[in-house]
Structure formats: C-alpha cells, structure tokens
Ligand binder design. Structure first.
Ligand code: AMP
Length: 378
C-alpha cells in the first residue's frame, strides 16, 4: 500500500468511539490525532489530544484547527457553522455540502429522489393541516420523523391507525417533520464505501443489520448476493459522485424481496462496519483516514464471514470465549449507562456453519444481541 509522504495531523469534531477507532487505525499509518468534544471522558481521548469544549466555541475551534493538517467529523449532527469555521483554516472532509444534506431528512430524501434512488413515499409536514394532507396522500402505516437530529430511532413515531395521529402530533408537532410511508421490508442492510481524493472508490460487502428498539444490535457480512451487492454499489456510486465525496459514506437500505429501497445516508463510518476491523483486508476506519489524507485506498475485501454484536448498557463477561479463535472484543472504556454503546464483539468464522457453532458458545450469556444473532442464523 502506498503511504502519504509524511505523517498527517488529523483533527476530529467528536471524540466518541468512531473517532477513537479511526485514530487507532490512523496511528498505524503514523498519523496523530486531536479531538474536540464537550465530554471530558470522551473515549477518543486515549488515542490523541482531547480538547474539551463546546462545538460552537470559536477559540476551541481555532485551537483544533491549529493542531492539524486536515479535519473530519465523526457524526452528522455536528453544527455546520463549526465545520465552516474549521474550513477557513484547513481542508475538511467530507464536504460541508454532504454534511448539510444528511442533517435534514427532507433534503436528503429530495436528493435521493433527484438521483433516481428508490425510496419510500414522503411528504414535508410543517402543520397539523399538512400532516392530514400527508397521511391522505401516503396512507397508513406511516412513520412521522423529525427532519433534524434524529438517530437510532429517536424523534420518530409509527402511525398505524387514525388515533395515532393526534398522539404523534402532540409529541413531535413542535418540530419540522417528514412523513414517510412505512416500508414492509424483509430485512435491513447497509453498504459502506470509501472514496479517495483521486475519485477512486472501494465498496465493502453489504451487511445484513438487525435493529432492536431502533438501535443496531447485530450485523452479518458478507450477506447478500452478487446482484444485490451490484445494485447497492450503483446507488452509492451516484451519491458519492454527486458530492465529489472524499471519505467513507454509508447508505442504510431496506431489502424488499431483492429490491433495495434507501432509508438514509450517513456521511461517515458506520456501526455496521465495525466488523471490517478484523473481517476485511483494510477496515472502514483506515480507509476513511486514507481517503481524507490523500492516500491510496486499501482493499475492502472480506477475509471470512463476520458477525458484529453491539453491547448496549453492559458488556457481557466473555470469560473463556476470548480464547476461541476469531473472537474480538472491543471495550470502548466508557462508563456504563442504560442503552449506551459500550463496546462490540466481532466473531469471525470460515463459513456460516462455523459461525453458528461459534455463536452458540455465547448462548449462555443472556443478551438480546446474542439471542437475535443466534435466532437469525437458526
Ligand atoms: P432511522 O433513524 O430513519 O434510520 O430509523 C431507525 C429505524 O426505524 C430503521 O432502522 C428502521 O428499522 C425503522 N424505520 C425508519 N423508517 C422506516 C420506514 N419508512 N419504514 C419502516 N421502518 C422504518
């Protein structure tokens, strides 16, 4: 693999586990890292210099810019103004245009529509009258979502019958909203790609993703047929080219009987790609660093089959499971809180039969992600 001529200093808005895993990958290339995050116990602090301040603090942003050659961000809800301030001093990837489009579900859906990407019917909702008109057009069931700041199923409600409408309006009516048709999907999946400054692009194998209570619990990869993979690559390619995108981007999709329908774009590395650390030749984290630092990208090829189990609220004690080959526990070192993403385990296996056997060894641990993974492969 070709390396950039000199190690880079890279700044991140956000110091959570995504920034930490990107920094850990980048350190193996010789790069060093700084992070801005309002939380003093941000886990990326172990992997570089942590500046503790609000994202809108102009002095902190100047200090962050002074510490680096290039900048990036680990989540899409970072203020556009902060990115614009950084951009005056150094290159920021992915571009602010991509960030803006992904912050507003309405703009995002309009873009997907413009690019000819299949998606559920949708309508903007800014008043009760517009909600009634939207439900008339879209019908039940539908999903009412806040246009901004929604993630992991937050800020959304499913409307199944007319009685749900009043309840949803009461809860969400203060925000600009979007109503989407409910997609009766077979399962959820994602496609992660990395695009270099040269425009060269690599695509990871698609993951099949199981969500529990709106949050990703398990990913399986590589899962889908060559034709599904090709379909998803085509959709992601058009988004990457539209933005002349640099970095890693994820498209979350619904699989409707072999036909893919887009859910949303994440302009960043993704939870469903954590398994690429051990499962692929070059991980999504390393490829994001490679892309934004002007390097050649690494191969996304899957080395074997992988399952990622997400640990929310507590990390089950692995004990002797850790001695089994192909078991990789990542503890982010975060303080436990109910529902908080504390770590994940990637299980790698020769094939899906071998994977079933390995996952069964986890079955005594009463954890919803493990139970969901075992049930899904049964
Ligand atoms: P989101 O925050 O939009 O990614 O939604 C979180 C989860 O809610 C998704 O992963 C799906 O499980 C579910 N969901 C969101 N939108 C829809 C939809 N239009 N139809 C069916 N399920 C949905």
């Amino acid at each position: 693999m070709t390396h950039a001529p000199k190690p880079m200093k890279i700044a991140f808005l956000g110091g959570g586990q995504l920034a930490m895993m990107m920094a850990d990958a980048g350190q193996s290339l010789g790069d060093s890292f700084s992070f801005l995050d309002p939380n003093a116990d941000s886990c990326a602090g172990k992997s570089g210099e942590l500046l503790v301040a609000d994202y809108s603090d102009p002095e902190a942003l100047s200090q962050l810019a002074a510490s680096a050659d290039i900048a990036s961000y680990e989540f899409e809800n970072v203020a556009v103004d902060a990115v614009l301030q950084l951009q005056e001093k150094l290159p920021v990837y992915p571009s602010v245009d991509a960030l803006k489009a992904c912050q507003d579900r309405l703009e995002e859906k309009q873009l997907l529509q413009q690019l000819g990407i299949p998606l559920a019917d949708f309508a903007a909702v800014n008043s009760r009258i517009e909600l009634l008109a939207a439900i008339e057009k879209i019908g039940y069931p539908a999903v009412l979502k806040t246009r901004r700041m929604g993630y992991d199923g937050k800020g959304q409600m499913v409307l199944k019958v007319p009685e749900d409408l009043e309840r949803a309006w009461h809860k969400l009516g203060d925000y600009p909203l979007i109503l989407e048709a409910f997609v009766a999907f077979e399962n959820e999946c994602s496609m992660i790609a990395a695009r270099a400054q040269s425009g060269d692009t690599v695509y990871y194998s698609m993951s099949w993703n199981i969500h529990l209570q709106g949050v990703l619990a398990v990913s399986f990869s590589p899962w889908y047929s060559a034709s599904m993979q090709q379909q998803a690559e085509g959709l992601v390619k058009s988004i990457l080219e539209h933005f002349d995108y640099v970095g890693v981007l994820t498209l979350e999709l619904f699989n409707c009987g072999g036909h893919l329908v887009a859910n949303e774009i994440a302009p960043r590395v993704h939870n469903s790609g954590h398994l690429t650390i051990e499962g692929s030749t070059c991980s999504q984290f390393e490829n994001h660093i490679r892309a934004i630092s002007g390097r050649v990208l690494g191969s996304p090829q899957s080395k074997q089959v992988s399952v990622m189990l997400n640990w929310l609220g507590e990390i089950p004690k692995h004990g002797k499971l850790l001695v089994m080959p192909g078991i990789h526990l990542h503890d982010y070192g975060k303080q436990a809180r109910p529902g908080r993403k504390l770590g994940h385990t990637t299980v790698c296996a020769e094939n899906w039969d071998d994977m079933r056997r390995k996952l069964n060894a986890f079955s005594h641990l009463k954890n919803p992600a493990i139970q969901a993974a075992i049930a899904a492969l049964a």
